[in-house]
Design a protein around this ligand. Sequence first.
Ligand SMILES: CC(C)(COP(=O)(O)OP(=O)(O)OC[C@H]1O[C@@H](n2cnc3c(N)ncnc32)[C@H](O)[C@@H]1OP(=O)(O)O)[C@@H](O)C(=O)NCCC(=O)NCCS
Length: 332
Amino acid sequence: MDKLRAMITGIEGYVPEYRLTNKELETLVDTNDEWILTRTGIRERRILKGDDQGTSVMGAAAVQGLLEKTGTKPEEIDLIICATVTPDLPFPATANIIADKVGAKNSFSFDLAAACSGFLFALNVGSQFIQSGTHKKVVVVGADKMSSIVDYSDRTTCILFGDGAGAVLLEPTTEEMGIMDSILKSDGSGEPFLHMKAGGSRRPATHETVDKREHFAYQEGATVFKFAVTNMADVSAEVMERNGLQGEDVAWLVPHQANKRIIDATANRMGIGPDKVMMNIERYGNTTAATIPLCLWEYEKQLKKGDNLILAAFGGGFTWGATYLKWAYDPK
Ligand SMILES: CC(C)(COP(=O)(O)OP(=O)(O)OC[C@H]1O[C@@H](n2cnc3c(N)ncnc32)[C@H](O)[C@@H]1OP(=O)(O)O)[C@@H](O)C(=O)NCCC(=O)NCCS
């Protein structure tokens, strides 16, 4: 029997309207547009405003658009995986809420937490359900409302993050297309450098945790930066090497958008020129699980069937990985 692979057959993104510019951040913390732009490559990020507006609002908008675009009925979806570190609630899973919002009555759904590598991990988990032949239409959504866990009095983190969501549809193929190979890694000893101190079972919310501002993302930027550059480049180079790919064979590098300097260093190490690197960090900042699908969504019209893509991510945990993907369709 021919080997089944999972291919992406559609992609959609969603970003909220409100733009938080570097200029506005200058009014909140001691920073400036020039510092942010040169140190990170970010000019503005989108913020989801309004009461009772959680991550599922953006995730559901992306999935709804994906279903319309691909002519898929909600009842046809077998599985929805939502990668997020900012779920609407600790439980139920945001994926369940999204499934309900879009009317995916026949799907099972769950969340996956791998921070900025969340979309890549979820893509590979979803791909396994396709490859095994048990499921035919799997939706993978990366969505984060980072503004809900960012401390807007901490200039070292608040400049980095934004809100957004992106979703892909995975379907089976027997062609040499889709997800070809992946290397996925995690190392729990990275916890002290990037985490949220309270709000989980170890340190549930109390007046003290709120007073100490422990419900926000905490990061030691310089350490994370070093790990990100080394690890993302290492796995990307390894996945290329074991598939016999040189820089010139890769049509696009699709990197997690954390810092333009990390992206440039990774591309450089892989021998990939800047014109072949997907980048939208300038307009959205780091949207955590949403960065990679948002990039694919914005570059979709430039992608051709058979293009070799390397998706690369690094995030809290630490978590990191690279996926070699053969794009499965021409622009529609
Ligand atoms: C956060 C980050 C942008 C900081 O950049 P950096 O070049 O490492 O800067 P440093 O932390 O060394 O700080 C350099 C100086 O700028 C200052 N600084 C930090 N944030 C600033 C800001 N927003 N505006 C102005 N100055 C700032 C620091 O206080 C420091 O000043 P000092 O030298 O007087 O102590 C960078 O470390 C980074 O991108 N890290 C990785 C982030 C990441 O990938 N996170 C998500 C993982 S998925």
